[in-house]
Write a protein that binds this ligand. Structure first.
Ligand SMILES: [Zn+2]
Length: 341
C-alpha cells in the first residue's frame, strides 16, 4: 500500500518504533509517519500559542497581544480587562502523496484529484508560470520570527506566490464600524508580501478551530479552500475565551519532493471583544491591527520577542506593521511556486 490520502494514512499498520515514529520493515521512516508526528507537534503548538493552555501539549510561555490603552481614565479599568491576546492557529499536514513507486509518485497524484472521493483539488489551479507579484525590498530588520515546522527541510513555509490567495469573510456578528476593515488589513499584508489576494465575498462557513477541511468543493469549487475570516465568539470558538481576541493560521500541504506550502488559512476574531475595543479612541485602528496580526500568522509569521513589532506578543499601542514585521512578510512573499500541488 503506497499512495495515501489522509484517510488511508491513518489506517496504515506499520508498527511504531521505539522513537515513536512508525517505521517500515526496511527501517525507513515513512514520510506520512513523519508528518503525522509533526502533526501532533503542530496540534500541541496550536494549543499553546492559541493563548489558552490546554492539556494537549507542552506548556510554553504565555503569549499576549494586548490592546493599547490610550483611553481616558474613566475607561481605564474596563480597558485593563481588555488585555487582548491573539494567537497562532497552526493546522494539519496533509499527507497527500507519499509512496516510492513511479506510479504512486507521479501518476496516481495526477489521477487522485479527479476521483469522486478525492480530498484534494486538481493540481495547479490558477498557477501561473511566475510569481504574480514582487515583494518589496526587505527593510533589513531581523526582528521577525517565521513559524518553525519541526522535521521539514526547508527554511520557511509560505503561500505559493504564483497563484492568488482567495479569501472570504463570514459577515455574521461583525461589529458595527468594521465595514471594510478586513479588506484594509489584507491590503497591508498584500503590499508587504507582494502576494495577490482576491476577495471572494461573504461565506456561510463557520470557523473550524481544530480541523478545517482545506478542500471543500461543494462550497468553493475544485480548488484549495480560501482563507476564511470569521467574526466569532468564545461561545463558538472556545479558544477565544479570556483575553484572546483572535486566532490565525493556515493549513499546510505537500506533494512528495516538493516544498510544503500554506493553504486554506483562517482568522477567527472575538467579535464581542472587538466591540469593546471599538469604543476606545482609535479603536478601529486597533481592531485592524489585530486583523493584520492574525493575517501575519496566516502567512507564516510567529510572535517575535522585539516589543516594537506588531507581531510581538504584547502590543503597546502599535497599529501598523514595523520594520521586522515588514522584513518577515517580504520573506514570506518570496516562497517557492509549487504548481504540482
Ligand atoms: Zn499572535
Amino acid at each position: 500500500m503506497g499512495v495515501l490520502d489522509r484517510e488511508w494514512s491513518r489506517k496504515d499498520d506499520v508498527p511504531p518504533s521505539s522513537s515513536g515514529l512508525r517505521r517500515s520493515s526496511s527501517g525507513r521512516v515513512p514520510q506520512w509517519a513523519l508528518e503525522e508526528a509533526l502533526n501532533e507537534q503542530l496540534r500541541a503548538y496550536a494549543a499553546v500559542t492559541g493563548g489558552k493552555r490546554t492539556d494537549r501539549g507542552p506548556r510554553r510561555r504565555r503569549r499576549r497581544f494586548a490592546a493599547s490603552r490610550r483611553s481616558s481614565a474613566s475607561r481605564r479599568s474596563s480597558a485593563s480587562k481588555l488585555r487582548v491576546r491573539t494567537g497562532a492557529l497552526i493546522a494539519l499536514v496533509i499527507a497527500l502523496y507519499l509512496s516510492p513507486s513511479v506510479f504512486e509518485r507521479e501518476i496516481f497524484p495526477d489521477v487522485l484529484p479527479h476521483l469522486p472521493w478525492s480530498n484534494v483539488p486538481p493540481r495547479g489551479v490558477e498557477a501561473a508560470d511566475a510569481p504574480l507579484g514582487t515583494p518589496p525590498p526587505s527593510t533589513g530588520s531581523s526582528n521577525y520570527t517565521l513559524f518553525d515546522y519541526p522535521g521539514l527541510k526547508q527554511d520557511f513555509v509560505a503561500y505559493d506566490p504564483c497563484r492568488p490567495i482567495h479569501y472570504v469573510v463570514r459577515p455574521d456578528f461583525a461589529p458595527a464600524g468594521t465595514d471594510g476593515i478586513v479588506q484594509e488589513a489584507v491590503a497591508e499584508v498584500a503590499a508587504a508580501t507582494g502576494l495577490t489576494f482576491v476577495f471572494d465575498g461573504p461565506s456561510a462557513e463557520a470557523p473550524s478551530p481544530e480541523d478545517r477541511d482545506p478542500y471543500q468543493p461543494a462550497l468553493y469549487g475544485e480548488r484549495w479552500a480560501p482563507v476564511l475570516i470569521t467574526w466569532s465568539s468564545p461561545e463558538e470558538v472556545p479558544d477565544l475565551a479570556g483575553p484572546t481576541a483572535g486566532l490565525g493560521g493556515s493549513e499546510i500541504a505537500q506533494r512528495p519532493d516538493k516544498p510544503v506550502v500554506l493553504v486554506a488559512g483562517q482568522v477567527m476574531l472575538d467579535a464581542p471583544a472587538m466591540t469593546q475595543i471599538l469604543e476606545f479612541d482609535g479603536g478601529r485602528d486597533h481592531v485592524k491591527a489585530i486583523v493584520i496580526h492574525e493575517l501575519g500568522h496566516v502567512l507564516g509569521l510567529d510572535h517575535v520577542d522585539n516589543p516594537n513589532q506588531l507581531m510581538h506578543e504584547e502590543n503597546n499601542g502599535r497599529t501598523t506593521l514595523a520594520d521586522g514585521d515588514l522584513a518577515g512578510l517580504a520573506t514570506l512573499g518570496a516562497g517557492p511556486c509549487v504548481p504540482e500541488l
